[in-house]
Design a protein around this ligand. Structure first.
Ligand code: CA
Length: 245
């Protein structure tokens, strides 16, 4: 897939006349931070403590869903138990504690450079995450200084997490942007699906174990194998947006 073909396809299936790139909607876990390894470990620990069978890999597939939704689904399917919102919140707190106990996580190599390049090109960067993990949200201004717009979407804003498009629709409503002005940056199939369903040009970066083809299947317009590759391709991508037809 070339950048030129990707934008041509996007215009074709959306029926839009143009894509006027003004805004990047950026996911957090797996894009800004290499946090998925610890999240999946924490999930497995929580499930085991509650006698629910699971594998670590499956939590990469649920990435993007809210913690509440993951808990409700796993307890229902794994133990036949209907968890209330309050119970789910309490369990999510325990999972967050396990995650924090695993220690600090690194940033994803190359993401800062990509976001800086976007900012320099005059693109507004907006955080869109279903996460409510305060320790991670607190790190954004230190690890990504002067990158993000004040407006952001987090677990507190979202009723229906990814793959529902709600997080991206909320972000666009907050900043008054249209789908054909927004590029979504995601690392997980459910997140890609949310961005795609919201009508945005959606870029997947395979920073975890999920293969490229799963990103395209979920609706990605363009997939890069890592952030360094995306940084290298950014001039072509910007050029393709300018010269689209
Ligand atoms: Ca993610």
């Amino acid at each position: 897939m070339t950048e030129q073909n990707a934008i041509a396809d996007y215009l074709k299936y959306t029926g839009k006349k143009s894509f006027n790139f003004t805004t990047a909607l950026i996911d957090m876990d797996g894009v800004l931070f290499d946090s998925m390894k610890n999240h999946t470990r924490a999930w497995v620990k929580l499930m085991k403590k509650n006698g629910i069978k699971c594998t670590r890999d499956e939590f990469y597939m649920y990435e993007g869903m809210t913690g509440r939704d993951i808990i409700k689904m796993k307890f229902k399917n794994g133990a036949g138990k209907n968890v209330t919102d309050d119970e789910a919140q309490a369990l999510y707190k325990v999972k967050t504690r396990y995650f924090t106990e695993l220690g600090d996580v690194e940033t994803i190599p190359g993401t800062l450079e990509v976001l800086k390049a976007l900012k320099e090109a005059g693109i507004k960067c907006v955080l869109v995450t279903g996460s409510g993990t305060q320790s991670m949200l607190d790190r954004i201004d230190t690890d990504y200084p002067e990158i993000f717009d004040e407006q952001r979407v987090t677990a507190a804003d979202v009723k229906r997490g990814k793959p529902n498009p709600e997080p991206y629709l909320k972000a666009m409503a907050k900043i008054n942007a249209q789908p054909n002005e927004c590029l979504v940056l995601e690392n997980a199939p459910l997140g890609v699906q949310a961005g795609h369903t919201a009508g945005c040009f959606t870029v997947g970066v395979t920073t975890g174990p999920i293969p490229e083809k799963d990103m395209y299947k979920a609706g990605a317009d363009m997939v890069y194998k890592d952030m360094a590759t995306m940084l290298e391709a950014l001039p072509q991508l910007m050029e393709a947006f300018k010269t689209q037809k």
